[in-house]
Design a protein around this ligand. Structure first.
Ligand code: ADP
Length: 497
């Protein structure tokens, strides 16, 4: 792509912004203090819309609505089948409005429209159908006791769930959190990321159209240190779920502990290895490693950001990885065929360029890329470094951008040690045809997901979460229900056994 192409008029999205207020107790309302903040188009840095800015008094109102909807019902006490049907109807409405939702997501986030429309929004509907399926299959046990007792466990919703999500997959993060919470009968206050407030408001409105009672799902737009912190430290929030950076994860965990000890699940950062073994088909390995890093503009917590390549195939791999990056179609995310849109905002854009400069200064070989594209918006060239050493900043810290770092290794023991030598433990990719190599690596890697000969496979039923400082707990799959259920033991003497 030529630089000039990036300075053309951006393609006009085929959707209007309808909802910019807070969604509290089933109604769109202004922030109590009347404040708003702009949400920007990452293609240009220009304002898409001004959105109500929630502060602690708005969080208080939202939590009060969720509290009332939980304590007085009917939501937690509805027959599970009723909850299931509402979630299924919401999924149908999401499907019906697929293209508008996809356009809103792309406009606010910058990800390719084809990715939104063909993968993410269909997956959003799929996730809610998956969780709807659980709603009427949640039950406790009867338990043997020493003595004449009838003992049962009841699996009850926890109460009001506070949820804080990031901007890289606004709606998928919404579904991973709202889905299990609602299926289990909880009520929710969700704070979207300040960069991407629009799509969650649209989708939450659809839930109300589907019959969700007021107060069950409340959406507060706003910033982390104000709205986010108010939610994390709220005395009337019974559970907190957070996805974002490891540093902010530490903050919200402390806020939760200092307030009411609400249990917390965390999905945090990563520095995931992608290991290409000596037996690999190099062309396939290059393509998958490219996808593992560059998908979603490199803005994935599980991005394969350390590409370890066996020395036997290293030179060929580097050459082909560079060629693949040079072919990557960067441009307006609304244009058909675009693989990579702009980064989310100026802060991330500057941070990525800083990491690229540090890679060069530290002596990694810049094979291709390294510069911005165009003169407005937040586009960055697909960038490949080879000859990356473990001690470099780009080898250790999360870049969250389109920057692939390639490392050379000699044997399995060595690559296991180096792959695990990080405070993170979110995911890993393993590329090999040898079953013994695959088994050795999958067991040795201290990460929450190992993708063997695939990457970023995110089905609703597959649990996702981190070892070490990549997080606590699991989302998706049956495991996610545990985050939203309390276990109550009920003990009754048997009078005439
Ligand atoms: P990033 O640096 O990628 O924006 P963050 O972890 O800061 O990642 O943001 C993820 C989410 O956490 C966003 O919704 C953000 O508003 C929120 N957040 C940021 N700081 C705080 C905080 N101090 N307390 C609660 N939430 C926060």
């Amino acid at each position: 792509s030529t630089a000039a192409a990036f300075d053309e008029q951006p393609i006009k999205p085929s959707v209007q912004v309808e909802h910019t207020q807070l969604l509290i107790d089933g109604k769109f309302v202004d922030a109590a203090a009347g404040k708003t903040f702009p949400t920007l188009d990452p293609r240009t840095g220009e304002v898409i819309a001004h959105v109500a800015e929630g502060h602690s008094e708005d969080v208080d109102r939202a939590v009060a609505a969720a509290r009332k909807a939980f304590d007085l019902g009917p939501w937690p006490k509805l027959p599970a089948y009723e909850r299931q049907r509402i979630l299924l109807r919401a999924a149908d409405l999401i499907e019906k409005h697929n293209d508008e939702i996809a356009a809103l997501e792309t406009w606010d986030n910058g990800k390719p429209y084809e990715q939104s429309a063909q993968i993410e929004i269909p997956m959003l509907a799929r996730l809610f159908r998956y969780y709807a399926g659980w709603a009427d299959k949640i039950h406790g046990l009867t338990v043997p006791a020493d003595g004449q007792y009838h003992v049962q466990t009841l699996h009850e919703p926890i109460g009001v769930a506070g949820q804080i999500i990031p901007w890289n997959f606004p709606l998928l993060m919404f579904a991973w959190k709202v889905g299990p919470a609602l299926a289990c009968g909880n009520t929710v206050v969700l704070k979207t990321a300040e960069q991407t407030p629009l799509s969650a408001l649209y989708v939450a409105k659809l839930f109300h159209e589907a019959g969700l009672p007021p107060g069950v799902l409340n959406i507060v737009s706003g910033f982390g240190p104000t709205a986010g912190a108010a939610l994390a430290s709220h005395m009337d929030v019974d559970k907190l779920a957070f996805t974002g950076s490891t540093d902010t994860g530490k903050v919200v965990l402390q806020l939760a502990a200092k307030s009411n000890l609400k249990p917390v699940t965390l999905e945090l950062g990563g520095k995931s290895p992608f290991i290409v073994c000596e037996d690999a088909d190099v062309d396939e390995a290059v393509e998958l490693a490219h996808f593992a890093l560059f998908f979603n503009q490199g803005q994935c917590c599980c991005a394969g950001s350390r590409t370890f390549v066996h020395e036997c195939v290293y030179d060929e791999f580097v050459e082909k990885a560079k060629a693949r990056a040079l072919k990557r179609a960067v441009g307006d995310p609304f244009k058909s065929g675009t693989e990579q849109g702009p980064q989310i905002d100026s802060k991330q854009f500057e941070k990525i360029l800083k990491y690229i400069r540090s890679g060069v200064e530290n002596g990694a070989t810049l094979e291709t890329g390294g510069e911005r594209l165009g003169s407005k918006g937040f586009y960055i060239q697909p960038t490949v470094f080879s000859n990356v050493q473990d001690g470099m900043l780009i080898a250790k810290e999360e870049i969250f951008g389109p920057v692939q770092s390639i490392f050379k290794f000699k044997d399995l023991g060595e690559v296991i040690q180096r792959a695990n030598n990080t405070r993170y433990g979110l995911a890993a990719g393993v590329f090999t045809k040898n079953i013994d190599t695959a088994n050795t690596l999958t067991r040795a890697l201290r990460v929450g997901t190992v993708w063997v000969n695939c990457f970023d496979t995110f089905d609703a039923a597959i649990p996702f979460g981190g070892y070490k400082m990549s997080g606590q707990g699991r989302e998706k799959g049956e495991y996610s229900l545990k985050n939203y259920l309390q276990v109550k033991a009920v003990v009754t003497p048997l009078k005439n056994p």
